[in-house]
Design a protein around this ligand. Structure first.
Ligand SMILES: [Zn+2]
Length: 194
């Protein structure tokens, strides 16, 4: 999720696809097939928007979500879309995950740090992880909480998008296994509130 502003837009041919409104039929089919990979969703519709030259203060970004307005803006290739879409979708899920689940995820990441785990499952989490100071996790600073959120979304994208290999998947296998187990245990086959 990026800290950007994109004005809302409507499409003449907007297509409903599950709980989403999608700008065109090609992307609607993609979203439909991705929905078969992720847990069943509960929540009001989310609108997808295609945007060109999306940037935040750090430079170009693939997408940005506007949680309260229930919309996602995308600026990515078709090949990147599954990973980017699932990542953005899980920003909505994180917002509604509740503190027990969020704290439990934080505990997984804190134990990885203690074990000296390098790498992540997406650049969005990785640059935040690299910027963490030693006290951030103990004090649960904003930097730490943002890292936990991005890591949750990147892990979901790794797990559910169908992307098997990617240059940004740098977390060692034993930590990936732990994260997969956490998702199965905590999210599992329950309906996902978005
Ligand atoms: Zn994000």
């Amino acid at each position: 999720m990026a800290s950007i502003f994109v004005p809302a837009r409507r499409y003449a041919e907007e297509v409903p696809s599950g709980p989403f409104f999608v700008p065109d039929r090609t992307r609607a089919r993609l979203v439909q097939s991705l929905c078969r990979r992720i847990p069943a969703l509960d929540g009001a519709p989310i609108r997808l928007e295609a945007v060109r030259h999306l940037t935040d203060r750090r430079g170009p970004v693939h997408a940005g979500s506007f949680l309260r307005q229930r919309r996602m803006a995308f600026d990515c290739t078709r090949a990147e879309f599954p990973r980017v879409f699932v990542h953005e979708l899980f920003h909505f899920a994180w917002l509604r995950a509740g503190n027990p689940r969020r704290h439990s995820w934080e505990a997984v990441l804190a134990s990885e740090l203690r074990a000296g785990a390098c790498g992540e499952l997406g650049w969005s989490a990785e640059w935040r992880k690299n910027a963490l100071a030693a006290h951030d996790s103990l004090s649960r600073t904003r930097r730490w909480r943002e890292y936990c959120c991005e890591s949750f979304c990147d892990t979901a994208a790794w797990l559910f998008s169908g992307t098997l290999r990617h240059a940004e998947f740098t977390l060692p296998a034993r930590f990936r296994r732990r994260r997969r187990a956490w998702f199965l245990e905590t999210i599992g086959s329950r309906r996902l509130s978005i």
